[in-house]
Design a protein around this ligand. Structure first.
Ligand SMILES: C[C@@](CO)(OP(=O)(O)O)[C@H](O)COP(=O)(O)OP(=O)(O)OC[C@H]1O[C@@H](n2ccc(N)nc2=O)[C@H](O)[C@@H]1O
Ligand SMILES: Nc1ncnc2c1ncn2[C@@H]1O[C@H](COP(=O)(O)OP(=O)(O)O)[C@@H](O)[C@H]1O
Length: 301
């Protein structure tokens, strides 16, 4: 079956639909803890072709938000979409009536960045719908204030992200990948995983040397199979079921199984793997480990 790709924006009468893709972390290093409590990170992120969908429509007045679809998201002002809207209107010095309908196809608390991606979609979509003329720099700044991962979703599809994660160096590598995304039925708190993280400076230096070399040589394509994620030990310590799933699936699958971000989702690169092997792996995950999975591809934008 050929992969399904969708465009980012779809203009409709009185509104716009914006697609908010999931990401995976191809590598994730922690350089240390900062004085503001955040961690200094070095991560390569890549978008995949699985999307939340945000419909933004003009209304008379006020902000409305409705959530639908298979997964939950908060329906009030705490939703990053709503918060993005407030920040955008304040920045542009405008006040319009707007209704958001968020179709939540991607579960939150899984290391796939969907809340951050929805936030980026809201900033970009509002700018487009109301022709606000916010510069890319302004949009990135607003995004970075709302969440460390948000600026990444305003560019991409692959970037090396540093600082809190908000400093973006887009990688113009035209590599294509195919991956099986494992979706354990576990919701992870990113904050707790960072709080439970124990820094190992020697480990960081070793991995930094290795990963920097691959990045300098533009061999980003290799990172997803090397699978270095310095948050994994903390996540597996807090959620032993995930640790168990990773070792069982890794020993039976067609490649290494890597944790995305702070978890719980994991992926296994299968770009050159035969279709029947992929199907066998997915059946085994479901039948023996009770874990749903999806076959996804690198996103084009
Ligand atoms: C781990 C990563 C890897 O891409 O992604 P997810 O697993 O959440 O998808 C990110 O660093 C998550 O980014 P994001 O989810 O935007 O985090 P934020 O909302 O900014 O912060 C949530 C909490 O995580 C901690 N945090 C986040 C980023 C960072 N560089 N250092 C931190 O210590 C802070 O305790 C913060 O209160
Ligand atoms: N649009 C949104 N979609 C999902 N969760 C949201 C949204 N806006 C705010 N949230 C809050 O963010 C939390 C998920 O964030 P996070 O742990 O970073 O998830 P992920 O790693 O999957 O991006 C949810 O528990 C929810 O309270």
């Amino acid at each position: 079956m050929s992969p399904e790709f969708k465009e980012q924006f779809e203009d409709i009468e009185g509104g716009v639909v914006v697609r908010a893709p999931a990401k995976i972390n191809l590598s994730l290093l922690i350089a240390g803890k900062r004085e503001d409590g955040f961690h200094e990170i070095e991560t390569v992120m890549a978008k995949v072709n699985w999307y939340d969908e945000l419909l933004i429509e003009r209304i008379e007045s006020g902000i409305e938000l409705f959530c639908e679809g298979p997964y939950w998201a908060p329906e009030g002002p705490e939703n990053l979409v709503w918060r993005a809207c407030r920040r955008v209107f304040d920045e542009a010095g405008v006040e319009y009536g707007v209704r958001f309908t968020l179709r939540k196809n991607i579960p939150a608390g899984t290391g796939l960045g969907s809340a951050s991606s929805d936030c980026a979609a809201a900033v970009m979509g509002l700018d487009r719908l109301f022709d606000l003329g916010l510069s890319r720099g302004q949009q990135m700044r607003i995004g970075g204030e709302l969440g460390s991962d948000v600026p990444f979703f305003m560019g991409g599809p692959v970037a090396y992200c540093t600082g809190r994660g908000e400093k973006i160096d887009e990688k113009r590598c035209n590599f294509f990948f195919k991956t099986i995304l494992l979706l354990p039925d576990v919701t992870v708190s990113t904050k707790k995983v960072y709080e439970n993280y124990h820094h190992d400076e020697d480990e960081y230096r070793r991995l930094h040397g290795e990963i920097s070399q691959y990045i300098a040589e533009n061999r980003i394509d290799l990172l997803g199979s090397i699978c270095e994620n310095m948050l994994a030990a903390s996540c597996f310590d807090l959620y032993p079921r995930l640790s168990d799933l990773k070792s069982r699936s890794g020993s039976l699958g067609p490649g290494r199984v890597c944790l995305s971000g702070s978890g719980s989702a994991m992926y296994c690169m299968v770009t050159d793997v035969e279709e029947h092997e992929i199907e066998d792996f997915q059946s085994m995950l479901r039948e023996r480990m009770g874990c749903e999975s999806l076959l996804l591809y690198s996103n084009r934008w």
